[in-house]
Design a protein around this ligand. Structure first.
Ligand SMILES: [Zn+2]
Length: 216
């Protein structure tokens, strides 16, 4: 059986004032789950997991901008679980050092027996990363439906973002993209569909990409 056909527990929750998506990924056999980007409304995250019969065993963060990590301390006050963050953004995560698990490109994080692969995709921020599992890709603020992350914040880099978006386009076209914010006309889309219409995925050269931001 190919990995994208395997059964997973997966929920996309739109929470908070900035249209953030918080994701829950779990193994239906062990009932373990990861919380991805807990920016807001921690109690409703816990309630959802409880109602579905899952226990949070780890947190994953796509990057450390406040709207993706506001809820971390409330989570860590309630449960003793590790927070997986890219090594280039550990400095920006203000939680108990012992809770931090540094990860890097290519690392596999297991939730129960479900493997989740880390892809380092700098550009929006130095330690931005995407999570790939079971035919899905959580893209954080690297890629949105019909958009991509801004790169004018501290640590942002448009050339790196161009390279990261190229890297994502090498994934299978039926991969479903799940962004960090609900900024598009649909909450998720296949890579193939997105590649057809998004100007941010169509640029042949970095210079053309930079022109979209008025930078070339
Ligand atoms: Zn961000």
């Amino acid at each position: 059986m190919e990995s994208y056909e395997r059964k997973v527990y997966f929920k996309q929750l739109e929470l908070g004032p900035m249209q953030n998506f918080v994701y829950l990924i779990g193994d239906p056999e062990t009932k373990e789950a990861a919380i991805v980007d807990p920016g807001w409304e921690v109690q409703s995250i816990f309630k959802t997991l409880e109602a579905d019969g899952y226990t949070a065993t780890k947190v994953l963060v796509t990057h450390t901008h406040p709207d993706h990590v506001f809820g971390l301390s409330e989570i860590l006050d309630a449960v003793d679980i590790p927070v997986h963050v890219h090594k280039d953004e550990v400095f920006n995560l203000h939680v108990e050092q012992s809770a931090i698990k540094e990860v890097e490109d290519g690392r596999v994080i297991s939730v129960g027996s479900l493997p989740i692969q880390v892809m380092h995709t700098p550009g929006h921020s130095p330690g931005s990363q995407c999570f790939s599992f079971a035919g899905r890709l959580l893209t954080g603020d690297t890629l949105f439906v019909n958009g991509c992350g801004r790169c004018d914040l501290p640590g942002g880099d448009p050339v790196q973002l161009y390279e990261s978006l190229n890297k994502l386009q090498k994934l299978k076209s039926h991969t479903i993209l799940y962004p960090g914010h609900d900024y598009g006309n649909v909450p998720a889309i296949s890579l193939g569909e997105e590649s057809k219409k998004s100007p941010f995925l169509k640029q042949q050269t970095c210079e053309d990409f930079l022109k979209l931001f008025g930078l070339a």
